[in-house]
Ligand binder design. Structure first.
Ligand code: TXA
Ligand code: MG
Length: 315
């Protein structure tokens, strides 16, 4: 909780300079990325990072992603093997997070890694995030800017509603184009998919020329944040609904009659971009029982279904 009212900043040079100064002073700044809004703090500052966990109500065993303006900046924190260098070269800046061996001299707070010897790093592809990271000129730890376990934010209004009284500043950069969090790949050993996300696994596998190990493979390192219940709206969620029961509202996909539709034309990119906003809208409507149309399980559909399964999980 901060004493000062939330400072909403414009995504112009003045707003970016103010946001960077707040980060330097150990404050919490929410900023837009192409995936979702992040809640940023100086990754080298223990008390600033502790503030992220407190604001989100996040369990401290769940490590954070560090955001950097470039691959060369990321190389000062982590070791890149051939697979990691190839993925970063192909998909950065973009919706890909790499989990890599942490350099002992990286200077990142142990609270960021939750004590692990690996670090999750990402170079976002959003002009406001890029400008802020460049102005700050250091590593920015940033989880999604939502209370822990709730739906991730894809607009400044979502951040304000969820965390408005717990953070120092918010840079308003409009809606997030991708709308789902980054895909997380571990390159500690054999490349493994830890979280489906904004870049389809098929594209990563094509780049690597080999399949990714999956989260349930015993050799895949665990991603501590993949809690079963997550992304939860206030109402209950029923998946693969082909009919609507009494008292339910339908979150549709494709050519169906629905209260809200992720994509009437059945486009997975559009559905990904709209998913969290639709869940926020259903919360705002007070929807108690949400039925969701079936979503194809390929490309971005895998990440959409991953989020929906967690939203539907017992709480
Ligand atoms: O798109 C995104 O990735 C957004 C934007 C803001 O960049 N960030 C985001 O952060 O989704 P968050 O904290 O909501 O999710 C980060 C995930 C968690 O599941 C966490 O457990 C995992 O990354 N993670 C972080 N460091 C890790 C590590 N060293 N090893 C394995 N998993 C890690
Ligand atoms: Mg999150």
């Amino acid at each position: 909780m901060t004493d000062e009212p939330l400072l909403t900043l414009r995504p112009d040079p003045d707003g970016i300079a103010k946001a960077a100064a707040i980060l330097r002073a150990g404050g919490l700044v929410s900023f837009p990325t192409e995936t979702v809004y992040g809640l940023g703090a100086d990754a080298r500052n223990d008390s600033a990072v502790a503030g992220i966990y407190a604001a989100k109500g996040r369990p401290s065993f769940n490590p954070l992603i560090v955001h950097l303006p470039s691959l060369s900046a990321a190389r000062t924190l982590c070791h890149f093997d051939d697979a990691a260098a190839r993925l970063a070269g192909a998909f950065w800046p973009g919706a890909l997070t790499l989990v890599l061996p942490l350099r002992p001299d990286a200077g990142v707070s142990k609270l960021v890694t939750a004590g692990l010897e690996t670090l999750a790093v990402r170079v976002p592809d959003h002009p406001v995030a890029q400008a802020l990271l460049t102005a700050f000129d250091g590593p920015v730890a940033a989880p999604s800017a939502n209370p822990s376990g709730r739906v991730s934010p894809t607009s400044a209004a979502h951040v304000q509603a969820g965390l408005g009284n717990k953070i120092n500043a918010l840079v308003d950069g409009g809606s997030c184009a991708v709308g789902l969090e980054s895909t997380i790949v571990s390159c500690v050993g054999k490349p493994a998919l830890l979280r489906a996300g904004g870049i389809p696994a098929e594209a990563l596998e094509a780049c690597l020329g080999q399949p990714l190990a999956l989260p349930d493979d015993p050799e895949t390192p665990v991603s501590p944040g993949q809690l079963a219940s997550h992304y939860a709206p206030q109402g209950s969620v029923r998946l693969n609904a082909r009919t609507v029961e009494d008292g339910e509202v339908l979150l549709g996909f494709g050519n169906v009659e629905a209260t809200l539709n992720l994509s009437p034309s059945g486009d997975l990119t559009e559905a990904a971009a709209r998913l969290f906003d639709c869940l926020h809208q259903l919360d705002a409507m007070g929807a108690a029982r949400i039925a969701v149309s079936p979503i194809p399980d390929h490309g971005l559909g895998r990440a959409i279904n991953d989020r929906l399964h967690r939203a539907a999980a017992p709480r």
